[in-house]
Design a protein around this ligand. Structure first.
Ligand code: PHE
Length: 342
């Protein structure tokens, strides 16, 4: 046992000479103190030592362990110091004042406006619903009081799949499912991507975003609709926004309207953006047609409600002053990454 201890001391001293970097010090630690290291093996031998010698040997081994540990700490400190000096003296140098080029990414302007509007409606008690982009004819048209061959379908030509389904032309396509899901009373908004067969120009895209909203309860009237729209728009634009209603036709509302807002560019006095009228068309809306309520399983004798189809893409154009709608789907990061982050 004595011999073995002396041998280990020699071995360690020899090995330590070659430990010139942090990695080799770690190897040394494993070789001597690790589970299968020389000192751990010695501990196993201790079990078979004659019992009168056990105590003395035990103490020696413990001392050896402590010495090795202390030596390893010393070695590490010297090596770290050397490594640091080498780094300082090396020709490689770092300029800590150089600006870093970490790209953080940014939200798409439609996402920004969508979340903003969602927060405003959520605060007014509306639930936020998600709905499919691929729908069937019933949900997109028939449940909305647009029978086959109705001329209103002409405005909403879209992309049809081989199985007869289609890419939804408006977020109204979710109305029926949401009425059936919750019944009345109900307040919900449902943003979504819509698709139409459009001739594309600065104001028209084949892919755009809307945010639909419905509120159904007893005694809901047009004044409720005006109140919610005005509150939401004033929040989005951070100032008092004027709205006006003009008659508009949509088979799923009666009466139906086009809601205009005072032009945010000129403040209503007239400019090229609003074609000198002082108003911008933003949001078709109206009182939900009794046939649509019935299709959604809600009794139109008991409940009334309003619906609106806010043009999210158009709202983003107004809020951020984007002049060409094609910017949104362009993937042009220079244009799309300049808006505030959330
Ligand atoms: N879904 C209609 C469209 O996209 C807009 C609308 C929604 C009209 C809700 C009235 C009520 O053209």
């Amino acid at each position: 046992m004595e011999k073995k201890i002396a041998q280990i001391i020699d071995n360690f001293a020899e090995a330590a000479k070659n430990a010139t970097d942090s990695a080799s010090v770690e190897k040394l630690r494993v070789a001597f103190l690790g589970k299968k290291g020389e000192i751990s093996e010695l501990m196993k031998d201790l079990k078979s030592a004659p019992s009168e010698q056990k105590k003395a040997f035990g103490q020696k081994i413990n001392q050896l362990k402590k010495d090795v540990e202390a030596r390893l700490v010393e070695l590490t400190a010297t090596i770290e110091q050397k490594e640091l000096e080498a780094l300082i003296n090396s020709t490689e140098s770092y300029d800590v004042t150089m600006p870093s080029r970490v790209e953080t990414g940014s939200y798409h302007p439609i996402t920004l406006i969508q979340r903003e509007v969602e927060d405003i409606f959520a605060a007014m008690g509306f639930t936020i619903e998600d709905y499919d982009e691929i729908v069937d004819d019933y949900h997109c048209f028939e449940a909305l009081n647009i029978p086959k061959h109705h001329p209103a379908r002409d405005m909403q030509d879209t992309y049809y799949l081989d199985n007869g389904q289609l890419l939804k032309t408006h977020t109204s396509a979710a109305q029926n499912a949401i009425m059936r899901k919750y019944g009345a009373p109900l307040r919900a908004i449902f943003p979504g991507r819509c698709f139409r067969n459009e001739a594309i120009d600065a104001c028209h895209e084949n892919t755009f975003f809307q945010m639909e909203g419905i509120m159904i309860d007893k005694d809901i009237s047009i004044s409720n609709l005006i109140y919610f729209m005005k509150t939401m728009l004033s929040e989005v634009f951070q100032r008092d926004v004027q709205v006006r209603l003009r008659p508009g036709f949509f088979p799923f509302v009666e009466p139906g309207f086009e809601l205009d807002i005072s032009c945010q560019v000129c403040g209503g006095t007239g400019c090229p953006s609003c074609k000198n009228s002082g108003w911008l068309e933003l949001c078709p809306c109206g009182m939900i047609h009794p046939n649509v309520l019935t299709a959604g399983g809600i009794d139109p004798e008991e409940y009334t409600g309003f619906a609106f189809g806010l043009g999210l893409t158009r709202l983003a154009m107004m809020k951020y002053g984007v002049k060409d709608i094609r910017t949104f789907n362009s993937g042009n990061l220079k244009a799309l990454s300049q808006f505030e982050s959330l």
